[in-house]
Design a protein around this ligand. Structure first.
Ligand code: SF4
Ligand code: SF4
Length: 264
């Protein structure tokens, strides 16, 4: 099974155990190396991220059942008290008027080794902050903030929702301590360029756009159309997920850096 997962993900996993092992050997290995415990916490969002986690590809089910233990999660685990866990996947932004969510978020932070802002609502606030794209935030459109505004976040996994492949690869990378894969997600904690207008202002208007179309392909609400080789934003469709800016190959090349490098 691990070979199939490895092949699907195209990345290294832990060495496989022997095909035939005695019960004692298996128990010994399990005792020495318990499976990482993963929790899923849902705050304010549309649950699209957990749908991506649990339903899209059959590969995720064996990955999540064979390589990790899911110890906490609404709709996933029948448990109400928050246990200790190695990785917490937190979906949704946090509403500052919602005392229960604030308490849950802070308790998870205390009990989790690694906190992942799972999806754009948790990472940037996404539609809960702006209520665009036909989606309405619940319980009310008030003060929603990214979770990094309230607790320390270790990794940000933006996406509306993140793809099943990114979820699977991130879980495996976290298990394996693959820092090369995780570094960009560490860099995205506290990220604020979460709007199609940032792409317009900071890439297109700075003459950095090369017309590759990556942003329009990445936009899941089709808020961007390529017109005469440049992305054109329909702001009514933008849910502020930030993916277009993250995926743009020129967004990481700001004008300040170019001036600094060229001495202009
Ligand atoms: S234009 Fe699309 S990809 Fe970019 S922030 Fe808006 S919804 Fe997200
Ligand atoms: S991804 Fe960046 S460089 Fe490519 S078309 Fe969009 S704005 Fe231009």
């Amino acid at each position: 099974m691990l070979a199939r997962i490895k092949e699907f993900l195209g990345m290294e996993t832990k060495p496989e155990t022997k095909e035939v092992a005695s019960e004692e050997e298996v128990e010994k290995v399990a005792e020495e190396k318990p499976k990482p415990r993963i929790g899923y916490i849902h705050l304010s969002g549309c649950t699209g991220d957990v749908m991506s986690l649990s339903e899209n590809y059959d590969i995720l089910a064996p990955l999540l059942t064979e390589m990790v233990d899911i110890v906490y999660g609404t709709t996933l685990v029948d448990r109400w008290d928050i246990p200790e866990m190695d990785i917490a996947l937190i979906e949704g932004s946090v509403c500052l008027q919602d005392e229960h969510s604030l308490k849950e978020l802070k308790e998870v932070r205390e009990k989790a080794g690694l906190v992942v802002a799972f999806g754009s609502c948790a990472a940037t606030g996404c539609f809960t902050r702006y209520s665009r794209g036909g989606q309405q935030a619940q319980p009310a459109h008030e003060s929603f903030v990214p979770i990094a505004d309230v607790v320390k976040v270790d990794l940000a996994m933006p996406g509306c929702p993140p793809s099943p492949e990114i979820i699977a690869k991130t879980v495996v990378a976290a298990i394996n301590g693959d820092m090369d894969y995780l570094q960009p997600m560490m860099d995205l904690v506290g990220y604020t360029e979460a709007c199609g207008c940032d792409l317009q202002l900071k890439v297109v208007n700075q003459a950095l756009c090369i017309g590759c179309g990556t942003c329009a392909m990445a936009c899941q609400t089709r808020a961007l159309d390529m017109t005469e080789g440049r992305p054109e934003l329909n702001s009514d469709r933008c849910v502020k997920c930030g993916i277009c800016y993250i995926q743009c190959p020129r967004s990481w090349w700001p004008m300040e850096r170019i001036k600094q490098d060229t001495g202009l």
